[in-house]
Design a protein around this ligand. Structure first.
Ligand code: PMP
Length: 360
């Protein structure tokens, strides 16, 4: 068996120890005589595990008691609609920051429900920077302010927590959840799909402040109502038990790494090494402003784009995979989430150096 270094943007690499544990428990989990996939989500064993998982997340992110933690389906994309449906109340508008492709998608969906006013739009500089807060326009009559903490496609990440001028702050943290500590008490809602830093696809974590629950717009389907999920411990219908289980194992793994604080130090080191290697060469380029560079997704271009396919082919042979840039922006991209070891980043840097020597 060969396990490659997998730089895919998501679904993405999972720590080997997590996969091994899942493998060893596949036929029988928790003395149940059956796999975790085969037992009722309402069984004591699963309910206990679900509660432990929530507690682990609460303790890793220091989530205050006045927040609900929901484990939902439909990916972050469903949250693009659920956020306005649940938070608009009797307001007619919401404020969005447009910092890349994922903000654009969130904005498009919100426009189905309300007027969207844009606080800042980085489109003018092709999403390579995030404007200073002083340059933003925030309509303080709106229902909430939404931003994307890390833009997975453009490789742009906030290095500060926006001041929402009293509006509930809503953040899509799909691609940097649990990659660094975050002051949850500053937020109204945080949401993230699991398939980058929290395990496999199929489960979405939503952290929502109590006072924002229970204001859904009329005719909201029950499945899209935070209140229904909050009341029923995220078991309003059959939850994705396998994805929930993997998420629980990943949280245990983060604890064993030393928690989110230590993981953040590792992420800083890995991303700095990679950006330094890119900046030290004329052969590779990353166009993002240094203050807005993502620690999770590192897009880069080759001086000669015709070499991209050769790069990808040879990287594959060197057991480095998932490096193709998103189809919307092209180029190359290395996603280096929590579970990517420093050794993987070092191997990529060595490969890039060798590729430059032979093709530069
Ligand atoms: N937001 C961000 C920042 C993402 O990276 C993604 C997925 N790549 C999404 C939202 C959409 O997530 P999903 O496919 O789970 O709906």
């Amino acid at each position: 068996m060969t396990r490659i270094y997998n730089f895919s943007a998501g679904p993405s690499t999972i720590a080997e120890s997590v996969l091994k544990q899942a493998q060893s428990e596949l036929l029988e989990w928790n003395d149940c005589g059956a796999s975790v996939m085969e037992i009722s989500h309402r069984s004591k064993a699963f309910v206990d595990f679900a509660e432990q998982t929530e507690q682990r997340l609460r303790s890793l992110l220091k989530i205050p008691d006045n927040y609900q933690v929901l484990f939902l389906q439909g990916g972050a994309t469903t949250q693009f609609a659920m956020v306005p449906m649940n938070l608009l109340g009797d307001k007619q508008s919401a404020v969005y920051c447009c910092t890349g492709a994922w903000s654009q998608k969130a904005i498009k969906e919100a426009k189905l429900f309300c007027d969207v006013s844009i606080a800042t739009d980085s489109d003018t500089d092709q999403y390579v920077d995030i404007a200073e807060q002083g340059q933003w326009t925030i309509d303080t009559e709106a229902a909430y302010l939404h931003y994307t903490d890390n833009e997975t496609i453009h490789g742009v990440e906030f290095d500060y927590l926006p001041d929402s001028k009293g509006l509930p702050l809503v953040s899509d943290m799909s691609s940097n959840m649990l990659s660094r500590p975050v002051d949850v008490s500053r937020f109204g809602v945080i949401y993230a799909g699991a398939q980058k830093n929290m395990g496999g696809a199929g489960i979405t974590v939503v952290i929502v402040r109590d006072d924002l629950i229970g204001k859904v717009i009329p005719k909201t389907p029950s499945m899209l109502n935070y209140s229904m999920h909050a009341k029923q411990g995220s078991m309003f219908n059959t939850p994705p038990t396998w994805s929930w289980y993997i998420l629980g194992l990943v949280l245990e793994w983060i604890e064993a790494q030393g928690g989110v604080e230590q993981v953040a130090i590792n992420n800083q080191l890995k991303s700095e090494k990679l950006y330094n290697a890119i900046d030290a060469s004329d052969f590779y380029r990353n166009l993002v402003h240094p203050d807005a560079r993502s620690r999770m997704n590192v897009p880069f271009l080759l001086a000669d784009s015709a070499l991209e396919s050769v790069f990808l082919e040879q990287a594959g042979k060197a057991e480095l995979d998932g490096l193709k840039g998103h189809r919307a922006v092209g180029g190359l991209r290395a996603s280096i989430y929590n579970a990517m070891p420093l050794a993987g980043v070092n191997q990529l840097i060595d490969f890039m150096g060798e590729f430059e020597r032979t093709h530069g």
